[in-house]
Design a protein around this ligand. Structure first.
Ligand SMILES: Nc1ncnc2c1ncn2[C@@H]1O[C@H](COP(=O)(O)OP(=O)(O)O)[C@@H](O)[C@H]1O
Ligand SMILES: O=C(CO)[C@H](O)[C@H](O)COP(=O)(O)O
Length: 551
């Protein structure tokens, strides 16, 4: 406080649990990040396509990062706490103790991660039912959603897990329960991953039809029968125990959570764009597509009325911005794919040595290396004869086909640093071409999108951002705060504290435009041709399958 006149500054803590790490930030009322901390979290892959984590390890990491960001701050100034997380499935017993989700009976590993594809047979059977709830997930349920994973647990770990389970949480809801003791679920998680309808609630016939009638019988107590909008204040706020764990004061407001992509959406989509020369300045907010790019990429488009886009999740009512419908396109591996391509290349050790010598990340080094080898041409033209289809972990949108695989055409006998850099570029371009494919599907169904708002770890990569602008032909807005997913989480805490009357008001005050990257329209013809090849790749993949399956 200065001069005894001004009110003390009000702060919010946002906690973001990504796939690879937990991040926290201390954020002020205008959305400025005053402190940031991160901490890696453990992941296990006990067998191919099984991905597990530990809810205790994740909570411990949340505590470490939160304590760090509030160090030296008068805790009375912290008004609210918001969590977002990946939509992984947390399993606890009736006493809220972790239960194993694996054959090894390791109860420490009690989280089936979002990218786990163990429940293929279960999801195929769910899709065969053609139940009407499937209309609200793009027509086809994804193996990454919770219903198939729950069915897998019932069919595979009946005694060690299913019969003992008392609580199945989406990770964002586990965190808000841990902080407050309140088991209410966020509308966001239940609508987006559990088939709950904001208007009609649970559909008994769906759960009975797929063999999970158990939930109906106990009135959904294990998966949530109290549902709150994201940002609503939970119970009496932070419990004394959680306050000790997190280094905060008991009783501060804790918000109903969001899935990480949705928090990213809140953090970027409502910014005032005046003065940036953007076409969306004169257009409704529905012309903006938030693209959250981390391990995966999520394409969040909103609309006033429901839009049904085949192969794109949703429409979900009020799951991100209250009062708006949401469609969520996605690519299951993007950051993870780039890491996979780069780290698996024969020239990777050489790259590491050279990047370390220059104190650069491998990506910054590769970007400058591409600039060196491009000669007089635009950098993107280096891939004229190298093309990638990026679905190494199946296609989430718009094909909704988990059987699709990755493809690379144009390989040579050399494997030097130039080859690595060009393969990296082709991979980044393939991800951007995939975004164009998703946008075209959304537009064909009725969306009208003019501007991309990018955030997440990959938005720190200038090549990734420029390729998204060039390949989609749309300007890309980057936020003032690089960690805008954390701004989204803090917006939740700010709403729960009552300092803002609505999520929309908090979004408008706390998200800010940083930089705008415009498409280089002179390169359009080249990228249109790359896009033609891109679409051919998947056509050819399907043809190969038909040939091989022909008896
Ligand atoms: N400084 C950077 N430059 C380029 N790429 C980056 C940078 N930081 C992170 N990334 C990319 O972002 C991905 C992780 O993004 P992040 O948002 O942290 O993921 P998650 O939320 O899934 O944990 C990594 O796979 C990496 O490819
Ligand atoms: O399914 C999702 C959102 O609906 C996300 O892809 C999933 O939660 C993982 O996110 P991230 O790539 O940020 O780790």
């Amino acid at each position: 406080m200065s001069g005894g006149e001004q009110k003390p500054e009000r702060y919010y803590v946002g906690v973001d649990v990504g796939t690879g790490s937990v991040r926290a930030a201390l954020v002020d009322q205008s959305g400025v990040l005053l402190a940031f901390a991160d901490q890696p979290i453990k992941k296990w892959e006990p067998q191919f396509n099984h991905h597990e984590q530990s809810s205790e390890d994740i909570w411990a990491a949340c505590c470490v990062v939160t304590k760090k960001v509030v160090q030296g701050i008068d805790l009375n100034q912290i008004r609210g706490l918001g969590f977002d997380a990946t939509c992984s499935l947390v399993v606890l017993d009736k006493q809220f103790r972790p239960l194993p989700v694996n054959h090894e009976e390791d109860s420490h590993r009690n989280v089936i991660m979002w990218l786990d594809h163990r429940a293929v047979s279960q999801v195929n059977r769910i899709n065969e039912t053609k139940h009407s709830v499937l209309q609200y997930v793009g027509g086809v349920m994804s193996v990454e959603m919770q219903a198939p994973k729950l069915l897998w647990l019932k069919e595979n770990l009946r005694e060690t897990c299913w019969d003992k389970a008392g609580h199945f949480f989406d990770l964002p809801d586990f965190l808000s329960w841990k902080a407050t003791g309140v088991t209410a679920r966020s509308l966001c998680s239940l609508v987006c991953k559990w088939t709950y309808s904001a208007e009609r609630g649970w559909d008994d016939s769906f759960w009975k039809m797929i063999g999970l009638e158990d939930f109906v019988a106990d009135n959904y107590s294990k998966i949530g029968n109290q549902v709150l909008p994201p940002g609503a204040s939970l119970g009496n706020g932070l419990t004394p125990e959680a306050a000790r764990d997190l280094g905060l004061l008991p009783g501060i407001a804790v918000a109903a959570s969001l899935i990480d992509a949705h928090a990213g959406g809140l953090g970027v989509i409502g910014a005032d764009v005046k003065g940036h020369g953007l076409v969306c300045e004169g257009q409704p907010v529905t012309s903006r597509l938030a693209v959250i790019c981390g391990t995966s990429s999520c394409h969040m488009g909103i609309s006033k009325d429901p839009i049904f886009v085949p192969g794109v999740w949703g429409p979900y009512f009020s799951a991100m911005v209250p009062g708006f419908w949401l469609n969520e396109g996605g690519q299951s591996v993007t950051g993870k794919l780039i890491d996979h391509m780069v780290e698996g290349h024969a020239a990777f050790p050489e790259l590491q040595v050279k990047a370390t010598a220059r104190c650069q990340s491998v990506y910054a080094y590769l970007n400058s290396h591409l600039d060196l080898i491009k000669k007089a041409q635009p950098v993107g033209f280096l891939t004229v004869d190298l093309h990638v289809w990026p679905d190494f972990h199946g296609n989430r949108s718009p094909l909704a086909d988990l059987t699709l695989k990755g493809m690379v055409t144009g390989l040579k006998l050399s494997q030097d640093l130039d080859d690595l850099a060009i393969l990296y570029l082709a991979t980044v371009q393939a991800i951007a071409l995939g975004t164009r494919f998703i946008i075209e599907a959304m537009e064909a169904a009725g969306h009208s999108i003019s501007t991309l708002f990018l955030c997440g770890g990959l938005s720190k990569n200038p090549l990734f951002v420029q390729m998204h602008a060039d390949i989609t032909g749309m300007p890309v807005v980057l936020s003032q705060e690089v960690e805008s997913v954390l701004v989204g989480a803090a917006i939740l805490g700010a709403c729960a504290s009552g300092d803002f009357a609505s999520v929309q008001e908090a979004m408008a005050k706390m998200s800010k435009v940083g930089k705008v990257v415009f498409p280089r329209l002179q390169d359009k013809r080249y990228y249109d041709k790359k896009y033609q090849v891109f679409l051919k790749l998947v056509e050819h993949q399907k043809e190969y399958l038909t040939i091989m399956n022909d008896n």
